[in-house]
Design a binder for this molecule. Sequence first.
Ligand code: ASP
Length: 327
Amino acid sequence: MSSRRKFLKLAALGAGALGISKTMGKASLFAETPVEKGPVVISTWNHGMPANRAAWTILRDGGTALDAVEQGVRVVESDPESTSVGYGGRPDRDGHVTLDACIMDHLGNCGGVAFLEHIKNPISVARKVMEDTPHVLFAGEGALEFALSKGFVKENLLTEDSRLAWQEWLKTSQYKPIINVENHDTIGMLALDLNGNLSGACTTSGLAYKPHGRVGDSPIIGAGLFVDNEIGAACATGMGEAVIRVAGSHTVVEMMRQGHSPTEACRLAVLRVIKKHDPALIHDLQVGFLALNKKGEYGGYAIHKGFNFALRNKFTEILMDAGAVVG
Ligand code: ASP
């Protein structure tokens, strides 16, 4: 039998035996299992509270985790008071607000945008990349052109407050990322819906006053975000370069695959980051991970104390401190 025919036969057998369902034209190998304790959403930092609220209205009514995470993080992207995400995000050293974002669903579909300017809600552009193209990541001018072709509106994202802060910064031009800056950073969000499906989203303006063209972990699948609907989902915040080096969110999911709880999986990934860096650098290096598994169990861990996350489920709406290796 030709290998192609053999493959088709195996695929047909598998589909019957596993009861494969079709969603968005793609086969899902994992049966949908309604969640016992209801939906769950978690997201990074204080700004996770209003973001979770928006996500919860979708999850509570039986909506998808994908819609929930997109709508949830859009709240923070659109908020000019949030100085590390979307509109109002601090610019790079040349005064440009450049945004990174990615999204991933329960089928392994994913999309991202990097180094995108002038678009208030990069997460929705990332979703368009995922759904309307065969590609995963669009960057810079090309990402902007793509967004405009999809009807997104070009806007000035540099608020007066951000412009004044940048001009103040220019007086010294000291570039040293500060850990837990103002206690709000990237928003990473993970959700489990009523059907037992997971999705995640991650969006940021990156490090304030970064070099022009610098891209962090947040638009990179496997680094800033990873979802495996068989196991769980994870997202990251903090120094993107350190997260990329260990494929951070993917590492967290793999730790859960090995049987670790979400909190322990995050802790082990944090230890991996620490191990891969010069001990002298750890004092100024912050990385935090969040994880959510198929059972709706969740957890977070960071290198340094100060990383928190917001949880919303049918029992509670709360801000929690993540575990930390230092402090
Ligand atoms: N991870 C983001 C980046 O490196 C920033 C952050 O979460 O603080 O761009």
